[in-house]
Design a protein around this ligand. Sequence first.
Ligand code: NAP
Ligand code: ZN
Ligand code: ZN
Length: 347
Amino acid sequence: MTTNVTAYAAPAAKAPLERTTVPRRAVGEHDVLIEIKYAGICHSDIHQARDGWGEGIFPMVPGHEIAGVVTETGSAVTRYAVGDRVGVGCFVDSCRECAYCEQGLQQYCEQGMIATYNGRDKAGDPTYGGYSSHIVVDEAYTLRIPDGLSLDVAAPLLCAGITLYSPLAHWKTGPGKKVAIVGLGGLGHMGVKIAHAMGAEVTVLSQSLRKQEDGLRLGADRYHATSDPATFEQLAGSFDLIVSTVSAPLDFDAYLSLLKTDGALVNVGAPEDQVKLNLFSLIGGRRTLAGSAIGGIPETQEMLDFCAEHGLGAEIELIRADQINEAYERVLDSDVRYRFVIDTATL
Ligand code: NAP
Ligand code: ZN
Ligand code: ZN
């Protein structure tokens, strides 16, 4: 039997989010029922609530940075008990059989991962995300939040944290590596913290110097404004790795010129419009342009444990549910320091 729970939903594309209820399935034998305490606002929520990527399912309850507490467990659940502090990220299931699922790379599942919201579960029903009071998730797609992290600052790690941790780890960030993070927003600020904790020399490339003090405090060694053309001359050929978190189309040729020979520019931003690329930007320095999507379940747990060990939570602005629409506008204006997190007690 399904239960209706309180949520905030966009009733249609571009419509303001409003209070409503959505159904949650009965707790199955492998499921946990989670009382959601905090839900981060990712820029992906805004792209999707406004149907910027197309094919959105409405009404839509966004939210894939979920932190809460287990309040019920199914009969076959072995990993979690009532009272455990847990998180849910961008997906709640996948085929579990393909080569990627078997390797723990569920985000690249051949059948497509089942997104936490704006997706359809295996029964064909729409999925609803974290801007809600409760969620029912299979224990295999649930993460443990280590004791050292409080739930509010842990919530954004479930998307922003893992989306930066995964490429930084994959491209072997560490001592002696020069890494640039483009865009100091939700993803970018976690990138700075994590790359610094991994031992790299970190540079922030932001549109202006407005947030320079913060960037240096978060762990950056250098900070440059991309609005200043001198930045691109000064930093030409200097990075091993650049991770772009920018939510709008970017001049990738300009950023590729900042890589050393054999350097890589990894794009994680998901703009709604296409970008142009001059392939000579890659040829000259045997450079790589790559993409990366969140991270699988094992790597997400590894990231949470890494963040707890290094004391890395997100920098958050806690908001009430009735401030979500205003928060969306501020994210669109790059006026976020550095993640809005909804206190779900205010739903
Ligand atoms: P965010 O908090 O809005 O941060 C994006 C940052 O990009 C802004 O703070 C701003 O930084 C910079 N920026 C924005 N517009 C720009 C423009 N026109 N030109 C240059 N820089 C600009 O967003 P987020 O939540 O971090 O998400 C960033 C992007 O990643 C979104 O597109 C989101 O959908 C995507 N995403 C992808 C994945 C994945 O798995 N690949 C996961 C999560 C999110 P400055 O003010 O410092 O310039
Ligand atoms: Zn996200
Ligand atoms: Zn699969």
